[in-house]
Design a protein around this ligand. Sequence first.
Ligand code: NAP
Length: 294
Amino acid sequence: MSAYVIDGKAIAAELGGRIAGAVERLRTEHGITPHLAVVLVGHDPASETYVRNKTAKTAAAGMRTSLHRLSETVAESDLVALVTQLNADPDIHGVLVQLPLPPQIDARNVVAAIAPAKDVDGCHPLSAGLLATGMPGIRPCTPLACIRLAKTVHASLVGIEAVIIGRSNLVGKPLAHLLLAEDATVTVAHSKTHDLAAVARRADLLFVAVGRAALVTRDFVKPGATVIDVGISRIAAEGGRTRLAGDVAFAQVQDIAGAITPVPGGVGPMTIACLMLNTVRATCTAAGLSAPEI
Ligand code: NAP
């Protein structure tokens, strides 16, 4: 058996097309163009790539983007001052600070400084609290992407046995809340979990968000399960080059899973599409319009 490969790139492109349609309607019917402001501190190569992809896709959907660069050595207070300035600008609908941040800065203070209404990454403590209590709010992009990809295979997640490996505030924890909101049965595993492979094997729907290449091998996967790989690592490849790898040993797991996301081309592009979706929604909320169903 060879698993169905969930083409995140194609699914994200299709969603991006529908988002572009909503952006066009906002422009023609209401004279509003969503504007995403991205803040990049320093020159981390991975962050540079992510920011380039985010701004390019957002612009391709007809939105405005502005990139605000700060030096690697910037003080936390100066970064917070920039965020405060972007919060106050009525022309900006979404503010995203690319993580990670250099060690002199506590990312929690910076994320907490973003106006919740413009928190299109969905990571503000208020957004997290709204999610945890089942109230409407902006949801984090990567967990949203995971749910949307899972739903391309499982029309309903009600009662499904879901296991998440990873419990970060960015991915694992919000994903658990989103799955609970879908009435899935959820287990969250982490670095202290006993017999991780046995826990993972319970899953009909397995999400992996760790950041360790090939952590999940064939023995972690129930035959026929759907595997959503969030992890991104850069590993050595042939000819002294490097390549991106997920947390799942793709070739061996493909033989046992029912469906699987590749890395790259799985969760990554869908995360960007969900960022665009959140930006459109934040724009609608700011304008007092109901957000389109996309
Ligand atoms: P993180 O904050 O470092 O959290 C990693 C989680 O994995 C922690 O909960 C940790 O457990 C757990 N863990 C570490 N080693 C483990 C092990 N051997 N067995 C089981 N669990 C283990 O990372 P993150 O921000 O959630 O990101 C996870 C991965 O997803 C990274 O590769 C990141 O680059 C990628 N990512 C991708 C996207 C995308 O768009 N595709 C978006 C965000 C993140 P403890 O809590 O016990 O330490």
